[in-house]
Write a protein that binds this ligand. Structure first.
Ligand SMILES: O=C(O)CCC(=O)C(=O)O
Ligand SMILES: [Fe+2]
Length: 343
C-alpha cells in the first residue's frame, strides 16, 4: 500500500511565526493560529440556510444527477434503518464496527498518518496510526493540542477492499468510466478515512483537484457550511484565501447563499466539485469519504487548480481525465501520441 505523502497545509501562503508547542516536540511546521473557538461557534451557531430536504436513497441515481447537472450537494439521511439505506445506496462497510481502533488494527499500527493541527490548520506531528489511536482515546483534557485526521488514504489496504462507495458514485467516477480497466496504471482513487476528535474545525477550503466528494458518516456528527461556487463567491474566496485575512475574517460572512447541514451517523452527502466548505466536529467522529472526478468540474470552466487545498497529495491524472471532456477519450489519446502522467 502506498505511503501517504506529507500532510499538506490548506493555506501554504501563510507567513510563519513562532508559537509555542508545549505538547508536541516533533512539529516542524510553525504557523499562525486561528481562533478555533470562534470559528467553531460561527460554524455551529451562525445563521445559514439549511441545505434543504434529504433525498431518498433510491432517488440518488445517475438520472437524477443528469437532470440537475449535479449542481448542488445531495444529502441522504440514514433513515429508519441504516442498513437498508446503505444497501439502497450500494454502500458496503466492513462486517465489524468501524472505529479508530479497528481502522488502526486493519490498516496497521505502524502506518504513517497525515495529521492536521487544528489551530494552525497545517501539518501536525508525524505519527503512526498507533500513536493516533492512543491520542484519540485519551480523555479530551489529556490530549493537548487539538488534532484532526482528514486524509488517511486507504486505497490498497485490506480495509479498502471491504468498503464499496455508493453505486452512483462509481457510475459518476471519471476514472472508472474512462480508464481501461486492465491498465496497471489505472489510478486507485480514492478512499479516505477521517477521524476527528470533539472540537475540531476545518476552515473554508475547496477539495483537491476539482473533485467532487462523497462522505458517509460512520459515527459521531459533523456540521458543514457549503458555499455555492458562483463567480462572486469564488472571487471573494480567492482574495480571502490568499491573504492574512483568513485568520481574522470568517469567509462564511462574506459569501452569499451559504448553506448549513448537520451530518449524523449513517448520513451520506455528495458535494459537487469546487464548493468551498468549512466543517466543525462537535463530538468524536469517524467518516469515510472519497474524491471522485466529475465531468462538469472540467468542462464548466469553473475549476481553478490554485483554489484547491493541497492537503491531499493531489488528485491523480486530473488533466487526462479532463481531456475526455474535450471530445477525446483517454483511451484514444493514450493510443495516439501518448499522454504524460501528471499527478
Ligand atoms: O472533517 C473535517 O474536518 C474536514 C472534512 C473535509 O472537508 C475534507 O476532508 O475535505
Ligand atoms: Fe473538504
Amino acid at each position: 500500500m502506498a505511503k501517504p505523502e506529507k500532510a499538506g497545509n490548506r493555506r501554504s501562503s501563510r507567513n510563519r511565526t513562532q508559537v509555542s508547542y508545549l505538547e508536541l516536540d516533533d512539529v516542524d511546521n510553525i504557523s499562525p493560529e486561528i481562533d478555533v473557538v470562534k470559528l467553531r461557534n460561527l460554524i455551529m451557531q451562525g445563521e445559514f440556510e439549511p441545505l434543504g430536504d434529504a433525498i431518498l436513497p433510491a432517488d440518488l441515481t445517475m438520472t437524477e444527477l443528469r437532470r440537475t447537472g449535479f449542481r448542488k450537494p445531495y444529502l441522504v439521511a440514514q433513515g429508519r434503518d441504516v442498513e437498508e439505506t446503505r444497501k439502497a445506496l450500494g454502500i458496503r462497510l466492513p462486517p465489524f464496527e468501524l472505529t479508530t481502533h479497528t481502522i488502526a488494527e486493519n490498516v496497521g499500527y505502524e502506518y504513517p498518518v497525515n495529521i492536521v493541527d487544528v489551530a494552525t490548520q497545517g501539518a501536525g506531528p508525524k505519527w503512526t496510526l498507533g500513536q493516533w489511536r492512543e491520542y484519540f482515546y485519551k480523555p479530551a483534557k489529556q490530549r493537548g493540542r487539538l488534532l484532526n485526521v482528514v486524509s488517511l488514504e486507504l486505497s490498497g489496504s485490506k480495509l479498502a477492499k471491504m468498503v464499496a462507495p455508493p453505486t452512483v458514485v462509481c457510475q459518476l467516477d471519471l476514472v472508472n468510466r474512462v480508464w481501461p480497466q486492465d491498465d496497471p496504471d489505472k489510478p486507485q482513487v480514492l478512499l479516505y478515512a477521517l477521524m476527528g476528535v470533539a472540537g475540531c474545525v476545518t476552515d473554508f477550503h475547496v477539495d483537491f483537484g476539482g473533485s467532487s466528494v462523497w462522505y458517509h458518516m460512520v459515527s459521531g456528527k459533523k456540521v458543514f457550511l457549503l458555499v455555492p461556487p458562483t463567480d462572486g463567491n469564488m472571487e471573494l474566496f480567492e482574495n480571502w484565501s490568499s491573504g492574512e485575512e483568513q485568520l481574522s475574517v470568517f469567509y462564511g460572512n462574506l459569501a452569499e447563499g451559504v448553506m448549513r447541514v448537520e451530518l449524523q451517523a449513517g448520513d451520506t452527502m455528495l458535494i459537487p466539485s469546487g464548493w468551498p466548505h468549512a466543517v466543525a466536529t462537535p463530538v468524536d467522529s469517524a467518516i469515510f469519504c472519497t474524491g471522485l472526478t466529475y465531468p462538469t468540474s472540467c468542462s464548466s470552466g469553473s475549476w481553478r487548480s490554485d483554489w484547491a487545498s493541497d492537503r491531499y497529495s493531489g488528485f491523480p491524472y486530473t488533466r487526462q481525465q479532463c481531456g475526455t471532456q474535450r471530445g477525446t477519450t483517454w483511451r484514444r489519446s493514450r493510443q495516439g501520441a501518448g499522454v504524460a502522467k501528471v499527478a
